[in-house]
Write a protein that binds this ligand. Structure first.
Ligand SMILES: *[C@@H]1O[C@H](CO)[C@@H](O)[C@H](O)[C@H]1NC(C)=O
Ligand SMILES: *[C@@H]1O[C@H](CO)[C@@H](O)[C@H](O)[C@H]1NC(C)=O
Length: 194
């Protein structure tokens, strides 16, 4: 049965019902606006911008590596970019470029060689902070890291603790690379809104 709702010929019961629903919805919408006044109590609507700066130590060689290759394909061995290798990390994050400088946190997760034609990694990790106001809080990073580029940008896709609701980005810049060991120190600048 087809009903033409746009042309009610009279005040039919159906039309009255629709009219009632319409006004109820309008009133409900007005009432829905009221709780907006309470949003600041929950910290919503106020954006908190944080800037983090630290150095990431990817130690692949020596007696105490923090980055360990856990998987590769046969193909990886002949690939010029090591395509397919997966490296599990628990890399220290320090205040300064020296490993001996103050420990701020760790980068835990893995990166995987995901580019055939250039040296590029998929980064999948959590920063866990051990110092100051962010102690115990985490940031989750997911991004593309073409390591030969001067600056690489990765997404901050979330966080916990002080960083609940976090979003933002991380900029990575290689500070130093040791050809002999393969160890790298990478400077990170991270901008977060939470
Ligand atoms: C903003 O960040 C600071 C530092 O982490 C924190 O103390 C404060 O509670 C945050 N404010 C909001 C509204 O999230
Ligand atoms: C690279 O690492 C080796 C072994 O730890 C060390 O002897 C050498 O000085 C390092 N090179 C640079 C440029 O830091």
């Amino acid at each position: 049965m087809a009903m033409n709702l746009s042309k009610p010929s009279s005040m039919s019961p159906l039309f009255l019902l629709l009219l009632t629903i319409f006004f109820t919805m309008t009133t409900a919408q007005k009432q829905d606006n009221l709780p907006l006044n309470f949003l600041p109590e929950f910290g919503l609507g106020k954006e908190n911008v944080s800037h983090l700066h630290f150095f990431f130590h990817d130690i692949v060689g020596g007696p105490k590596p923090t980055a360990i290759r856990v998987a590769e394909a046969d193909f990886t061995k002949t690939s010029p970019t090591g395509f397919g290798a997966i490296v599990m990390i628990d890399d220290p994050l320090t205040e300064g470029p020296m490993l001996s400088s103050k420990l701020l946190g760790r980068a835990q997760g893995f990166y995987a060689s995901s580019a055939l034609e250039e040296l590029g990694f998929l980064m999948t990790l959590n920063y866990v902070f051990v110092e100051g106001e962010y102690k115990g809080s985490t940031l989750s990073i997911l991004g593309r890291n073409p390591v030969m580029n001067e600056v690489r940008e990765m997404a901050v896709v979330g966080g916990s603790g002080a960083f609940r609701f976090a979003r933002g980005y991380a900029l990575a810049k290689t500070h130093s690379f040791n050809d002999t060991t393969g160890d790298a120190v990478v400077e990170y600048n991270v901008e977060i809104i939470d």
